[in-house]
Ligand binder design. Structure first.
Ligand SMILES: [Mg+2]
Length: 404
């Protein structure tokens, strides 16, 4: 009898889990079709939401020379090239320049060459890696940048409200969209050992991080991402739940170092992740600041569950998540500033916009305000608010000393 009851409960749980998975995947797929593999979209009959960029746009004046920097490994690139040629030709624009990225140069060199050739607008065609590489060449140059998202994550494109999966609207945005300024983040990394790779400076547009999040990014390889979409990160995360917390010393805007234990430290220019989850909800890319968050979980699965609850609550717009910390096994601390120095007791994996950079023992991150001019859908440029430009910090645990 007991066995039968248990079997019924197990079956009910399995049905509930399956239903939840279907609901979440359909929600993500309708907002961002590219994030869910085609086969799943067909099986679950996922329809994209109406495009935000479908409205009328004002054609630009002049004779703009457009340069496309495309990642040739993405499927559909040749079709896109034909569509781009047609889109330029029907607007009486000059024939666009077209460059392909390579494994050795994922876009920075090609964007430099496009600028040399007199491009008025440079367009990154590919995933977040291509977008980052092209932005690296354009930062501070004042030349408008367009994006044709063709990756798995498309983290930056998602934050710009680009109509993912709708090529015609994307091309219209590139050629006729509004323009907005965006900050960029830079991360200098210092290796602990020569075998860990070279020191270097890397641009990020969305989130850079060290620790658990970078382990998760490194664990979700391209093959897994192609097969599972955003679930690849979930499975990669599970493998690293049991690892040791890291100890880090954090200094904000040249101030005194604060030491703490944590699972991960995140530096955000903007904070929206796949599925509309907002990891750092207050981060905006036009305030000349980076938002840094340290996340901690202890006590095994209990702490991780509590932390996950806090992250989801923040994403849902709940600012004060203290009530969710029933067992006090997790915490999230936020701080905002322009420059951060982070030292770690053990070399940790680091990542920028979902690209793993190997292990580093020190990080210096800073913001370059209004460094990029982006082509975005008309009507999505936010009105500027003049916020006070002061460094501030917040802890979800007011009665304890902050962990950073
Ligand atoms: Mg910001």
């Amino acid at each position: 009898m007991v066995a039968e009851v248990l079997a019924v409960i197990a079956a009910l749980l399995a049905v509930a889990s399956l239903s939840l998975t279907v609901v979440i995947t359909r929600r993500i797929g309708s907002r961002d079709p590219v994030a869910v593999p085609l086969m799943w979209r067909r099986i679950l009959r996922i329809q994209p939401l109406p495009s935000a960029a479908g409205s009328f746009m004002t054609p630009r004046d002049g004779n703009e020379k457009i340069a496309f920097i495309a990642n040739p490994t993405k499927s559909g690139i040749e079709e896109l090239r034909e569509q781009a040629l047609r889109a330029c030709s029907i607007r009486y624009l000059p024939q666009p320049l077209w460059f392909y990225t390579t494994a050795d140069d994922p876009g920075t060199g090609q964007a430099e060459a496009a600028i040399e050739a007199g491009a008025d607008v440079v367009v990154a065609v590919g995933g977040d890696g291509t977008v980052r590489a092209v932005a690296q060449a354009l930062a501070g140059r004042g030349i408008p940048m367009g994006i044709v998202p063709m990756g798995t994550g498309n983290l930056f494109a998602r934050n710009l409200d680009l109509p993912l999966g709708d090529t015609q609207s994307i091309l219209r945005t590139v050629l006729e969209g509004a323009e907005r300024k965006a900050d960029v983040g830079w991360m200098d990394i210092r290796r602990a050992y020569p075998g860990h790779g070279e020191d270097g400076r890397h641009l990020f547009l969305v989130i850079a991080g060290a620790g658990f999040d970078a382990e998760m990014v490194a664990g979700a390889d391209d093959r897994l991402k192609r097969r599972l979409g955003w679930f690849a990160y979930f499975f990669a995360a599970i493998r690293h739940l049991g690892e040791k917390r890291m100890k880090a010393w954090v200094s904000v805007d040249g101030g005194e170092e604060i030491v703490g234990h944590m699972r991960t430290v995140l530096m955000a220019n903007i904070g929206k992740l796949p599925g509309g989850i907002s990891l750092i909800p207050d981060a905006t890319m036009d305030d000349g600041r980076l938002d840094v968050a340290t996340l901690d979980a202890r006590g095994g699965l209990v702490g991780w569950t509590e932390l996950f609850g806090q992250v989801m609550a923040q994403g849902a717009g709940i600012k004060d998540t203290r009530l969710l910390r029933i067992l006090r096994t997790s915490r999230i601390d936020h701080v905002r500033g322009t420059e951060f120095d982070i030292r770690m007791d053990q070399p940790q994996k680091v990542q920028v916009d979902g690209e793993s950079l190997g292990r580093a023992s020190r990080i210096h991150a800073f913001v370059q305000p209004a460094a990029l001019t982006l082509r975005v859908p008309q009507g999505t440029v936010p009105q500027r608010t003049d916020e006070p430009k002061t460094a501030d910090c917040a802890s979800d645990d007011a009665d304890a000393s902050p962990s950073i």
